[in-house]
Design a protein around this ligand. Structure first.
Ligand SMILES: Nc1nc2c(ncn2[C@@H]2O[C@H](COP(=O)(O)OP(=O)(O)OP(=O)(O)O)[C@@H](O)[C@H]2O)c(=O)[nH]1
Ligand SMILES: [Mg+2]
Length: 276
């Protein structure tokens, strides 16, 4: 069973709740490769009626067809949503514009009461490693926050001034106390929202390989040249044999597992969406 809900996440959740009244809108970062599994089920209750904008991020890593499907699906649920990518800067310049459009009525109402409202304040929330700090750096066009490929980099909330009319609060990534659906937990681990020590890499890589066999067989063959007749650990074994991964004359399943997970995370297999 994969479970990961350390104390700092419970604390971060309280910080988010406490700071909510200071912001106009919440940006919910969702990993475009797992638009279902990366949405924190606790968030809806936490955010109450606060205006929100979903950003499907890392979209250049996800399957382009699924990007469109998820965009339409979320829109049909009356969510405000944008596809973005903080590395290629795709749509990053439209975030402020979209936030102001969502808040237009509120800003107008405030101005009618004589409250000047040029500045808006946004809070960025999401699971660990989804790219919150990277997006802020991309918005502010400098390295304001530490950001690297490991869950749990940001440890405390922090305000960053994006421009004279826009303030943004970075928050630590949060998960939820129990993964009822272990497929969700596995997808979170594959995309690296869960720290490495928590899961079994062999098991996780086999899960990924089986998924690829079902949804992306051509990419699986292209990358690893394995037979689709093989099942589960047989696929991992074949990859280890083809790559010559041995440890003391035995097949090194661990090394093959780590290689497969790294291939996925570095997009060496292709553009893949895990939530269908
Ligand atoms: N390709 C791609 N990679 C991204 C994108 N956004 C973030 N990353 C990468 O994802 C990793 C995590 O990014 P962070 O910005 O540290 O994530 P975070 O959400 O702040 O993580 P925590 O602070 O741990 O909660 C880094 O290696 C980034 O380079 C994106 O839009 N596209
Ligand atoms: Mg961060």
């Amino acid at each position: 069973m994969i479970q990961w809900y350390p104390g700092h996440m419970a604390k971060a959740k309280r910080e988010i709740e406490k700071n909510l009244k200071l912001v106009d809108i919440v940006l919910e970062l969702v990993d475009a490769r797992i638009p279902l599994s990366s949405r924190n089920p606790d968030l809806k209750k936490l955010l109450k009626n606060k205006p929100s904008l979903i950003l499907l991020t890392k979209s250049t890593l996800a399957d382009p067809q699924d990007n469109q499907k998820w965009l339409n699906e979320l829109k049909s649920q009356n969510e405000n949503v944008l596809l973005v990518d903080a590395i290629t800067n795709y749509n990053v310049n439209n975030i402020e514009k979209e936030a102001r459009r969502i808040l237009a009525d509120k800003i107008k109402a405030d101005e009618a009461k004589g409250i000047k409202r040029n500045t808006i304040r946004m809070m960025i929330v999401g699971i660990p490693n989804v790219g919150k700090s990277t997006l802020i750096n991309s918005l502010v066009k400098r390295k304001a926050q530490e950001a690297y490929n490991m869950p749990g980099v940001t440890k405390a909330v922090k305000w960053i001034r994006i421009n004279e009319n826009l303030d943004l609060l970075d928050t630590p990534g949060i998960l939820w106390p129990k993964f009822e659906d272990q497929d969700v937990a596995k997808k979170l681990a594959i995309t690296r929202a869960i720290k490495d020590e928590i899961y079994d890499e062999q098991e996780l890589s086999v899960y990924l390989l089986e998924f690829l066999k079902e949804y992306y067989p051509e990419l699986l063959i292209e990358r690893y040249d394995v037979s689709l007749e093989l099942c589960n650990y047989e696929i991992l074994k074949e990859i280890a044999l083809k790559r010559g991964f041995f440890k003391a004359d035995e097949i090194d399943y661990d090394k093959a597992a780590v290689a497969v997970l790294a291939d996925f995370r570095n997009m060496r297999i292709g553009r893949i969406t895990l939530d269908k």
